[in-house]
Design a protein around this ligand. Structure first.
Ligand code: COA
Ligand code: AMP
Length: 631
């Protein structure tokens, strides 16, 4: 039996000894009583009774073990022209001091802290500082609007918000402070303390008594020590899109998360302590939490924190510069980044000046990796290109090519096989397992492996309803697909209203709620249409209220702005079309899936339950007027 197969089998047959061994690589203040509590509700829990500190394991432990002088973080910011190397010792000092700042402002074990920061080292410092004192962080991505931040404030009820004067996007400075002020104003939970990192690109006007300057505060506080927390205590809450406008607060626990993060670095990425690892993402996404901050630091690596884009900062050679300059062994990013590079530099001219011999492999995730992008990257880099599939809820790959266990042959279009701990099954509507090649709901048989969510913040019933109810005994991933004869997984589509735009997970349901709030809109639908660069783009269908006679272009302009202001620029909602009616089933359900198939020119079947098939002709015409639905 191959190494992968025997390890995988063992992880499912004897999860206690498998994950108990993996956990032994970390420092525990108190050993667990049970590796896995099978009886815990609503899902089994890991390392019950154990106590540890995630920050200690990610930072202090390495200083104590002789890595104090090694770079923990390389901050590389082509957008500001800055670079900084932060050693583990310096990181320990900065984290301990900022933890002291949080304590001085009353943050304690179990309190929440919202972190709304751009890609600067302070983001990692603030996250680790929370972990150090047992507080729970919730990082909010900078591309969200004030209203989205307000929703998270009301759900997480933070004691403190940590932010900065601005983020920087190509061509514009995004002032965070006005967004933060507006969010606090909109939220019903009143935040008493904000700590703001001043950046030279924008000045933040501080509100007396509430807002404090990051640098001044670190001068006033003392250092805070690591506190021991339960393995099952939450480390963070990360909000992600669901089917409605209310985002889901995915909870991550301390123990299982630390173990899985550490384990994944070798097993999946073939990374050892001391290696340089770069996840080109943002700390606001799960990829940033897991693979910019926690996993590489838990492993004792050097992590690259990159404030820039794949193109335009300054050119499509930006990634190659970073890899060669810092000796990056593994790069992890979303396929869309490579599509952006390929579009600007199809022949790879910008690669030529750089020596990438340090690089071992490229990992892609966040959206389906189209084979063309994979072939291009593989040809240009001459390195293995690995697609892997996971989601915010799991925190690490459900399926991948386990490069540190045994590299398996790549099948372009498939993220390879299930990772240790994930018992992946394809089920039909009657909960029966489907044979190879047949498409169904991709599910994970309980127990979920360490790091996967134990619940949703303040919404246990929603957790049960959304993930555990459809197929009893299984976790529903929300993706549909199949396994082939070799147990390779093929991820084909979402089964809900989630779309993936430039590797960002967005809810079309949420966009519909925003559009429907406009006074002229009677009904609407938003679907994801295929896009060469971003994978998918949202497209709106609008039915106007009777009697509304307006210039459609002007109305659409208002709606685009409305989505930008209420969800944020990251929604990338830029086009919509006015139609007379929406296609529906006889019971009134909008046929979004059918519309998306027509838009992309994919095969589709006339739904048996459709109310009026003629509406689909109108939809096709509307799509064709926008350049979609080619015959
Ligand atoms: N703060 C404020 N605004 C942000 C932002 C942030 N952190 N991140 C993105 N935005 C804005 C962008 O400026 C853009 O605004 P615009 O409509 O005014 O142009 C909008 O949100 C949409 O952003 P995006 O979808 O990222 O498109 P883009 O055209 O700016 O860049 C790529 C396209 C492919 C270069 C970019 O998406 C990218 O680098 N992707 C890398 C992959 C990645 O990070 N994936 C995350 C999960 S792994
Ligand atoms: P997020 O929670 O933002 O990481 O988004 C998770 C979702 O993105 C998954 O449920 C999939 O729908 C999609 N996704 C992520 N990675 C892949 C991949 N490698 N292949 C196909 N879809 C992916």
């Amino acid at each position: 039996m191959s190494d992968y197969k025997s390890i995988y089998r063992r992880s499912l047959e004897d999860p206690e000894s498998f994950w108990g061994e993996a956990a032994a690589a970390l420092h525990w203040d108190q050993p667990w009583e049970q590796v896995l509590d099978h009886d815990a509700k609503p899902v089994p829990r890991w390392f019950v009774g154990g106590q540890l500190n995630t920050c200690y394991n990610a930072v202090d432990r390495h200083v104590e073990n002789g890595r104090g002088d090694q770079a923990a973080i390389i901050y590389d910011s082509p957008i500001t022209g800055q670079q900084q190397k932060i050693s583990y010792r310096e990181l320990q000092d900065r984290v301990a001091r900022f933890a002291g700042v949080l304590k001085r402002h009353g943050v304690d074990y179990g309190d929440r802290v919202i972190i709304y920061l751009p890609m600067i080292p302070e983001a990692a410092v603030a996250m680790l500082a929370c972990a150090r004192i047992g507080a729970i962080h919730s990082v909010v991505f900078g591309g969200f609007a004030a209203a989205e931040l307000a929703t998270r404030i009301d759900d997480a009820k933070p004691k403190v918000i940590v932010s900065a004067s601005c983020g920087i996007e190509p061509g514009r400075v995004v002032e965070y402070k006005p967004l933060l002020d507006e969010a606090i104003e909109l939220a019903s939970h009143k935040v008493e303390t904000c700590i703001i990192k001043a950046r030279p690109q924008a000045e933040a006007i501080l509100i007396d008594g509430r807002d404090h300057d990051w640098d001044a505060e670190t001068g006033l506080a003392g250092d805070a020590a690591c506190v021991s927390v339960r393995a099952t205590d939450p480390l963070y809450i990360l909000y992600t899109s669901g089917t409605t406008g209310q985002p889901k607060g995915v909870v991550r626990d301390n123990g299982g998360h630390a173990v899985a993060m550490h384990y994944s670095m070798k097993a999946i990425y073939n990374i050892d302590a001391g290696d340089v690892y770069w996840a080109a993402s943002d700390v606001g996404w799960v990829v940033g939490h897991s693979y910019i901050v926690y996993a590489p630091l838990l492993k004792g690596c050097t992590t690259v924190l990159y404030e820039g884009k794949p193109v335009g900062t300054p050119d499509p050679g930006a990634f190659w510069r970073v890899i060669s300059e810092h000796g990056v062994k593994v790069l992890f990013t979303a396929p869309t980044a490579f599509r952006a590079i390929k579009k600007e530099d199809p022949d790879g001219e910008y690669l030529k000046p750089y020596n990438l011999s340090c690089m071992e492999s490229l990992f892609l995730a966040g959206e389906r990796c189209d084979p063309d992008t994979l072939f291009w990257a593989r040809e240009k880099l001459g390195k293995p290109v690995i697609d892997h599939w996971w989601q915010t809820e799991t925190g690490w790959a459900i399926a991948a090519d386990p490069m540190g266990i045994e590299p398996l042959p790549v099948k372009p279009g498939s993220p390879t096989v299930a990772m240790p701990g994930y018992d992946v099954r394809i089920l039909d509507e009657q909960h029966r397992e489907l044979p190879p090649g047949e498409m169904g709901d991709i599910c994970i048989k309980l127990p979920l492996p360490p790091s996967c969510l134990p619940t949703l913040w303040n919404a246990e019933q929603r957790f049960v309803d959304a993930y555990l109810s459809k197929h009893p005994g299984y976790y529903l991933t929300g993706d549909a697909g199949y396994k082939d004869e070799d147990d390779y997984l093929w991820i084909m589509s979402r089964t809900d209203d989630v779309i993936n735009v430039a590797g960002h997970r967005l809810s079309t349901g949420q966009m519909e709620e925003v559009l429907a709030g406009h006074a002229d809109i009677a009904e609407c639908a938003v679907i994801g249409v295929a896009d060469d660069l971003k994978g998918q783009l949202p497209l709106g269908f609008l039915v106007l209220k009777a009697g509304v006679e307006r210039d459609h272009g002007e109305l659409i302009g208002e709606l685009v702005l409305r989505v930008r202001e209420q969800i944020g620029p990251v929604a990338a909602f830029k086009s919509a079309v006015v139609v007379q009616r929406l296609p529906k089933t006889r019971s009134g359900k909008i046929l979004r899936g059918t519309m998306a198939c027509i838009a992309d020119g994919r095969e589709w079947k006339m739904p048996a339950t459709i109310d009026d098939p003629a509406i689909l002709d109108e939809i096709r015409e509307a799509l064709q007027s926008l350049g979609y639905a080619a015959d």
